[in-house]
Design a protein around this ligand. Structure first.
Ligand SMILES: [Zn+2]
Length: 139
C-alpha cells in the first residue's frame, strides 16, 4: 500500500525520472557490452551427463555463444552516422558456434573441459565446459 503511494508521488513530482532512468540503463548496457568484449574471461558452458555416459565417454554437441563481428555494420558499430541497431553500436554480436566436445571416459562430476575455439568471425576464443554428472530419473 505505501509502496503504491511512493510510486505515484515520483511520477507526479518528478516527471523526468523516467527518461533519466532510461539513459542510465542504456549507458550501463553499453559499458557492460564493452567489458565482455575486452575481458580475457573464457566463455563458460555446462553439460549434464548421466553416470552411464560419463563412464563410457562421448561427444557432446554444444552451441557456444561467441562474440563475433557484427555483419550488418562490418564491426564499425554504426551504419552511416546512425548507431547500428543490430549490435547496439558495439560492432560485435553474439553468434552461436556449434562445436562437438569430446568427453573422456570416466569423467568426474565437476570436471572442467577447456579448449579453444577458432572461428573466422570471432577469432580465437577460450571455452570452459563444466561437467555435471547426474543420475537420470526415469519418469
Ligand atoms: Zn552492428
Amino acid at each position: 500500500m505505501s509502496h503504491e503511494c511512493f510510486a505515484d508521488e515520483v511520477a507526479i513530482d518528478f516527471p523526468s525520472v523516467g527518461r533519466a532512468v532510461e539513459r542510465m540503463r542504456v549507458s550501463f548496457h553499453g559499458a557492460r557490452a564493452n567489458d565482455v568484449t575486452d575481458a580475457p574471461e573464457p566463455v563458460r558452458a555446462e553439460i549434464s551427463l548421466s553416470p552411464e555416459d560419463a563412464s563410457r565417454g562421448l561427444v557432446v554437441p554444444l552451441a557456444i555463444p561467441v562474440r563475433a563481428l557484427c555483419e550488418p555494420c562490418g564491426g564499425r558499430g554504426e551504419i552511416w552516422a546512425d548507431p547500428c541497431a543490430h549490435c547496439d553500436g558495439t560492432g560485435t554480436s553474439l553468434v552461436q558456434h556449434a562445436v562437438r566436445v569430446p568427453v573422456r571416459p570416466g569423467v568426474a562430476d565437476g570436471a572442467t573441459i577447456r579448449f579453444r575455439l577458432a572461428s573466422p568471425a570471432a577469432g580465437s576464443v577460450s571455452v570452459e565446459v563444466q561437467v555435471a554428472v547426474r543420475p537420470v530419473r526415469q519418469a
